[in-house]
Design a protein around this ligand. Structure first.
Ligand code: CP
Length: 304
């Protein structure tokens, strides 16, 4: 969180292990069921240029649990539809009293632009294919709750890795914290170049190889239309890469199964896996509120 002044959360890349650890420790202590007045008087603006269920709702619940006021602005039904620019939208929200802007935007790097123009923290709630830092943090918290450490774990991230901002944030965080990350999918959805995302990341196009010995399996959404122009058919994808109970047995016996959501049952994974005993998908969602409370408190508490 050192990329800009005032501090913003723009991405996981470049964060120090101690910054990640501090946020995760704070998140672990957060209790959304016990509201506080820590951020009373603060205005948290949720600026969403893309749809969202989990991220938007949990940032709102997190802000409210800390006593802040929230304001939702979406691209549809706001003056963004009339052509107002990102910067002018930011200036407008700041003039209305925003103390922070939590933004989801389809363009990679849009948050850096906003952060350069505004004197308040900007929180990246997902930018294009680039990063989704709060998801990376909540994934890490979920792994920690189950595995007690991030160090030395083997984490297989399977599906449409190329288009996934979650894959990138997870890889940055997990490699920084000394986990081994293996990206897996067909060449078009998981090109070999994805190994360059973070030091030590491996790419495999073979699900069995990727899952063997994994402590954590992260399934990613695969949209049928993304396979449309690709060299692999939907049927072939399912046969080779869908995570089924049988495939999951290749991972360690106590491996956990994660997914950032939304899940597409029957595509990247089966319902038996999504709802099975190794799935921690609902725990991830619940942890989203705790992590986002920690982010908002860290960025806003010491600001006047
Ligand atoms: N994981 C995630 O970002 O989900 P939403 O798109 O519903 O926010």
């Amino acid at each position: 969180m050192k990329q800009t002044k005032p501090r913003s959360l723009l991405g996981i890349e470049g964060m120090e292990p101690r910054e990640i650890t501090a946020l995760l420790r704070l998140a672990a202590r957060m209790n959304p069921a016990r509201p506080s007045n820590t951020l009373r008087g603060k205005r948290v603006v949720l600026l969403f240029y893309e749809s969202s269920t989990r991220t938007r709702s949990s940032f709102e619940l997190a802000a409210k649990a800390l006593g802040a006021t929230t304001l939702l602005v979406t691209a549809t039904s706001s003056s963004i539809e009339k052509g107002e620019s990102l910067i002018d939208t930011g200036y407008t929200l700041r003039a209305l009293g925003a103390d922070t802007i939590v933004m989801r935007h389809p363009s990679s790097g849009a948050h850096w632009t906003l952060a350069r123009h505004l004197d308040i923290p900007i929180v990246n709630a997902g930018d294009g294919m680039h990063e989704h830092p709060s998801q990376g943090l909540l994934d890490a918290l979920t792994i920690l709750q189950r595995k007690k450490t991030l160090k030395g774990l083997r984490v297989a991230i399977v599906g449409d890795v190329f288009h996934s901002r979650v894959a990138r944030s997870d890889a940055h965080l997990l490699t920084t914290m000394k986990s081994k990350v293996v990206f897996c999918g067909p060449h078009d959805l998981c090109p070999d170049e994805m190994a360059a995302v973070a030091p030590g990341v491996e790419v495999s196009h073979n699900l069995e190889t990727a899952l063997k010995g994994a402590d954590v399996v992260v399934s990613l959404r695969v949209q049928k239309e993304r396979l449309g122009g690709q060299k692999i058919s939907v049927e072939e994808y399912i046969a080779r890469y869908q995570i089924t109970p049988e495939k999951l047995t290749l991972a360690k016996k106590d491996a956990i199964l994660m997914h950032p959501g939304p899940i597409i049952r029957g595509m990247e994974l089966t319902s038996e896996v999504a709802d099975g005993p190794q799935s921690v998908i609902l725990q991830q969602i619940a942890n989203g509120v705790k992590v986002r409370m920690a982010i908002l408190q860290t960025l806003l508490k010491r600001r006047g």
